[in-house]
Write a protein that binds this ligand. Sequence first.
Ligand SMILES: Cc1cc2nc3c(=O)[nH]c(=O)nc-3n(C[C@H](O)[C@H](O)[C@H](O)COP(=O)(O)O)c2cc1C
Length: 173
Amino acid sequence: MAHPAFERSRANRALVRVALGSPGVAVRDLYELYPDFVIDVRAEQAALNDHAAIVLQYPIYWYATPALMKEWLDLVWLHGFAYGRGGEALKGKRLLVACTTGGGPEAYAPKAMHGFPIEVFLKPMEQTAVLCGMKWEKPFILHGAGVKSPEALAQASERFRKRLCALTEKCGR
Ligand SMILES: Cc1cc2nc3c(=O)[nH]c(=O)nc-3n(C[C@H](O)[C@H](O)[C@H](O)COP(=O)(O)O)c2cc1C
């Protein structure tokens, strides 16, 4: 999870709460772990090795991940680890992107504010999964994050809980 201003977050905070309460899920808050962007590559690779599914949770910033998550990908998903010769650490794992957007679903369409469906902006992540031999899961998208009522956030949280439950195959209820 990466959110550069988590103290002001509503949507990602709600989703993290769900993740923390989900059996079999370990949460790594990248901005808390690495506020100065000095990433412990070995620790991150070990955490990836330990899990059969990886969830990348973040608010969409300029149609992409926040900067630290990109840095994390650049430094941790290395040749020889994630891809290329000898790079099979992520092979067969599932990858779920869980992101929140300011724009509502109607804004992610041709001629609308953001011009393209959200899936188009997630293509680099999808192809990253393919290159690393991972299984790409249908992304979890929480649109219109800034204007969601507490009830709508609770509904989205429940939707996320079910996705994590299916991903971990550890359904608590
Ligand atoms: C620097 C920055 C860039 C953003 N870029 C986008 C964007 O490209 N598309 C979009 O829909 N929302 C964009 N937003 C809005 C955030 O995605 C939105 O505030 C966030 O998902 C809300 O989640 P939170 O409550 O966890 O902070 C941007 C916000 C910031 C601060």
